[in-house]
Design a protein around this ligand. Structure first.
Ligand code: ATP
Length: 237
């Protein structure tokens, strides 16, 4: 059984039919990537999964449990945790306070401390800056903090929305290294990226979205060698 399963999801913004029957699966410990151009519906897919927008038709299951009608806070509590595009860290809270916000469901202080240590092992930079205000961190550090905050919620699946957006190339590499490390540790990830090349180097499988529909799906290798993907998303003629 897939850990996450979307079946025939239709999502609208008013009259705009943004998702036109999306079906996809993510298995445990997999990295699955959604690639596509601007406005393809990648962010809308993640927002629908995390309950920020409600689909008009279709179902969402997590480990067999139907979450199609669940509210956003219930979906987080079930273990689907989104790291939003644009990072959205709390600028006036310190690094530690931001991380604590991620653990808001967790009541056990020892567990919170252990989770924070784990995040600091993954992102030593955040440990160095633990008392610094979120708003004064660099773009790359804010991305690390947003991912760290997501991990503090002990996700069954982490939804990453454009983690490399706006980052210098060296930081992009470091974020993708971390995604690979998370994969090695067994974290399940649904990764939305415009940087298809980088996404397909870390992912096991992928789906290509175009104007609200999945037009191609397969293993990362299949997608890397697919002519349409090469032309449209990898810049290979
Ligand atoms: P990007 O990389 O540009 O964020 P995306 O693939 O994530 O692209 P979405 O943001 O999911 O695309 O947008 C899908 C479609 O829904 C687009 O046509 C977009 O214009 C529309 N859309 C997105 N958000 C809204 C909104 N709040 N109100 C109306 N239409 C929206």
């Amino acid at each position: 059984m897939a850990l996450l399963e979307l079946e025939n999801i239709h999502t609208y913004y008013g009259n705009i039919h943004a998702l036109k029957g999306i079906s996809l699966t993510v298995n445990e410990a997999e990295i699955v990537t959604l690639i596509g151009g601007n406005g393809a519906g990648k962010s809308t897919t993640l927002k629908t999964i995390s309950g920020i927008i409600r689909q008009r038709h279709g179902t969402i299951h997590l480990a067999g449990e139907d979450l199609s009608a669940s509210k956003a806070h219930e979906i987080v509590a079930k273990g689907i945790v989104q790291v939003p595009e644009g990072r959205q860290v709390f600028g006036r809270l310190t690094v530690v306070e931001n991380l604590e916000m991620g653990a808001f469901i967790q009541k056990d202080k020892k567990k919170i401390a252990a989770d924070m240590e784990r995040v600091f092992t993954l992102f030593p930079r955040l440990k160095e800056r633990r008392s610094q205000l979120g708003g004064t961190l660099s773009g790359g550090e804010q991305q690390m903090l947003a991912m760290g905050r997501g991990l503090m919620a002990e996700p069954k699946i982490l939804l990453l929305d454009e983690p490399s957006m706006g980052l210098a190339p060296v930081l992009v590499d470091s974020i993708f290294d971390t995604i690979q490390e998370l994969h090695r540790l067994g974290t399940t990830i649904l990764l939305v990226e415009q940087n298809a090349r980088a996404a397909l180097t870390v992912a096991n499988r992928g789906y290509v979205l175009q104007t609200g529909e999945i037009i191609i799906s397969g293993s990362a290798e299949d997608l890397r060698t697919n002519e349409t993907v090469q032309k449209a998303y990898l810049g290979i003629e």
